[in-house]
Write a protein that binds this ligand. Structure first.
Ligand code: ADE
Length: 239
């Protein structure tokens, strides 16, 4: 899979060189390329923003550097005739869920456009949508300073699903937001007793049936308490 990220802060993406994502890059599972939007400015101050049309607070990212940056990326597809899916993180986007991570993990090529300030001129998205699939996505109901941290999160959520990424793919099966739509049950390890807190007896019983039933009950209890919306049988809840 190829992932191109356009940002005014390429260093924000540096953590993807670490740990498992770093190994995935070394092993060629993912070809991650970051691009500095300011390389596509032509004035002395390398300006990427301007005042909002219609007035108001803050600044908006001008469309021209984005157009040039996207043109340059589109000119070097991973394979001839492959089109990317453009992902634009924004607090006004569609909620990003685990099902979306699975969907994006099946794509050959993602381009992530990281906006700053009050966002990117809407014409960039409208122009791109005439040429490629575009998704504006939100990590949640809170506001970050820019799309970079959201892009990091989305990229990590996606590439850990790539075949061959996980040493033990079974660990994907039981995690939160997996197939059963429940949050994960609490987990414990050794020692059996620590600072007056014990590992629940059932987990030391060796009775796999009882352990499975206990975990299921804990997962249901946790989900009911923390995320009742996942239990409501509504479209868009969970996977
Ligand atoms: N950019 C700023 N805030 C964001 C959020 N909550 N999700 C995705 N992108 C963002």
């Amino acid at each position: 899979m190829r992932i191109d990220v356009v940002t005014i802060f390429p260093d924000y993406l540096a953590p993807l060189g670490l740990s498992l994502p770093g190994k995935a890059q070394e092993r060629g599972l993912v070809d991650l390329r970051t691009h500095d939007l300011r390389e596509h400015t032509h004035d002395r101050h390398r300006t990427v923003d301007d005042t909002p049309s219609g007035g108001g607070a803050g600044m908006v990212m001008r469309p021209e550097p984005w157009g040039e940056a996207l043109d340059a990326i589109l000119a070097s597809p991973p394979e001839p005739a492959v089109r990317p899916r453009l992902i634009v993180p924004t607090p006004s986007g569609h909620p990003f869920r685990q099902a979306d991570a699975h969907r994006l993990a099946a794509e050959p090529w993602l381009v992530m456009a990281c906006g700053r300030y009050e966002g990117i001129d809407q014409r960039v998205v409208d122009w791109a949508a005439e040429r490629m699939p575009v998704e504006e996505i939100s990590l949640g109901d809170f506001v970050l300073n820019g799309g970079e941290v959201a892009a990091l999160a989305v990229i990590e959520a996606v590439i850990r699903l790539l075949p061959g990424f996980m040493g033990n793919p079974e660990s994907l099966a039981e995690e939160s937001h997996g197939g059963d739509g429940l949050l994960e049950y609490p987990v414990y390890t050794k020692p059996a007793s620590w600072r007056g807190h014990d590992v629940p007896d059932v987990l030391l019983s060796g009775d796999h049936g009882r352990i499975a039933a206990w975990r299921r009950e804990q997962a249901e209890r946790r989900t009911a308490e923390r995320r009742p919306d996942l239990l409501a049988d509504e479209p868009g809840s969970g996977d």
